[in-house]
Design a protein around this ligand. Sequence first.
Ligand code: SF4
Length: 60
Amino acid sequence: MEEHKKNPCIRCDVSQCRHNLCTEHYCTLDSISVGTHEEDPTVPECTDCNSFVRRSGGCE
Ligand code: SF4
């Protein structure tokens, strides 16, 4: 099984992401890339984690 070590600096609830330690709600990457799909972002919903990768299985 792939080793997953949580990054305590990046809390994340996106359990559908391969990089998410869904039992603890943290990201396991050393760093992430955040962007936006809006021209003039005004609320959190305007931003995206561009490091997201769809998980193929369920939450381990
Ligand atoms: S890559 Fe982004 S979406 Fe995926 S667990 Fe990390 S912070 Fe969450």
